[in-house]
Design a protein around this ligand. Structure first.
Ligand SMILES: *[C@@H]1O[C@H](CO)[C@@H](O)[C@H](O)[C@H]1NC(C)=O
Ligand SMILES: *[C@@H]1O[C@H](CO)[C@@H](O)[C@H](O)[C@H]1NC(C)=O
Length: 331
């Protein structure tokens, strides 16, 4: 017997018999159908959010989410958020694993900020991360198609380049790049050690900039974060990206939607390209052409959205899957 048939029965089609009593008893049976219990072993980084409130596009009708560890023995899946359980093995569930319970490894950090992966050896059944080849793909953002052609209006632009950095580390590639670039181009930097930007003013403030520096803190396959999707695209700026190669971005977004630092041989060359675009209204506008067809949906709570994907994935998961080394795959 597979996991699937043990714990989950597809809803029986409504009876063709029009007898109302029959329909009623059918409904009663449906409401007693076994539900998949999904246990969040921790709230990620301790950040609580409402469970069982998934946006409609996620089919979660057969699942029940809980963060109550006393549900461990009845849980069909346990979601382990890496950074909350990776310090010592004692942070993982200690009781024997009920047969057929799946452990889901969840992580949105890049491998550079993801210590102690070996602790997960021979424990995990499904992966959940921003990597496209995860069992459960949980990207930081995405685009959707408009129902028909739409006219997009570029917000009024009064400033040139913005960059929000919370972790200013002089040894990183992005800061070194900036140290060179600043000789040729004025950049407004927001963040802990720089200009103050209240959260509720962020969207409005950033939208007045022509360009936004979406520089990732480390460079890894598919690691394209909210800096790109929300600080830049959702704020309707043209992103200037530093991250995985251009082709990697183009898996997720049209090629004319962004500027990649690797398109230029030096920071000086990038600076002169941006300064030229600033003077060339027509050419600048072309970076918005894709928006007549696509849009970036508003940001939901990223935790909610990620966990909401587990239900469907669990129903579709292969009967048996185990991952010997997360480290080998992820690093
Ligand atoms: C977009 O703008 C064009 C030109 O101004 C206009 O003809 C067209 O009807 C508009 N389309 C929509 C979907 O608003
Ligand atoms: C999940 O992984 C564990 C550890 O490798 C394994 O013992 C178990 O059979 C797997 N379960 C499923 C349903 O794949």
């Amino acid at each position: 017997m597979t996991f699937f048939t043990m714990f989950y029965r597809r809803k029986v089609p409504a009876s063709t018999n029009e007898n109302s009593h029959e329909n009623l008893s059918n409904a009663t049976i449906l409401s007693r159908e076994p539900t998949l219990v999904i246990l969040l072993w921790t709230f990620p980084f301790g950040e609580q959010f409402p469970l069982n409130k998934c946006p409609q596009q996620f089919d979660v009708s057969d699942c029940f989410y809980t963060a109550d560890r006393t549900q461990y023995t009845s849980a069909h899946a346990v979601v382990l958020h890496h950074r909350d359980v990776c310090t010592t093995k004692t942070q993982l569930p200690q009781a024997p694993r009920p047969s057929n319970q799946r452990w889901v490894w969840f992580n949105l950090e890049s491998p550079s900020h993801c210590p102690n992966l070996a602790i997960m050896n021979d424990l995990i059944n499904l992966t959940m991360s921003y990597r496209v080849d995860s069992d459960i793909f949980t990207p930081y953002g995405w685009i959707e198609k408009h129902n028909g052609p739409t006219n997009f209006t570029i917000p009024k632009k009064t400033k040139l380049v913005a960059w929000v950095v919370s972790n200013w580390n002089p040894n990183t590639r992005r800061v070194k790049y900036y140290e060179d670039l600043k000789n040729y181009l004025q950049v407004d930097i927001y963040g802990r050690q720089h200009l103050h930007l209240p959260r509720d003013e962020q969207l409005e403030t950033l939208s007045t900039y022509k360009f936004y520096f979406a520089f990732e803190n480390s460079i890894h396959v598919d690691y394209i974060t909210e800096k790109f999707w929300y600080n830049a695209l959702y704020s309707r700026c043209v992103p200037v990206v530093m991250g995985p190669p251009r082709e990697n971005y183009e898996r997720f977004i049209p090629r004319d939607a962004f500027i990649h630092v690797d398109d230029f041989s030096s920071p000086q060359e990038l600076a002169s390209y941006l300064l030229n675009l600033d003077k060339d209204e027509e050419k600048y506008k072309q970076y918005f052409n894709w928006r007549s067809e696509y849009y970036v949906p508003p940001k939901d709570n990223p935790w909610t959205v990620s966990y909401c994907r587990v239900c469907k994935a669990l129903k579709e998961a292969p009967p048996y899957r185990t991952i010997a080394s997360i480290e080998k795959w992820f690093k």
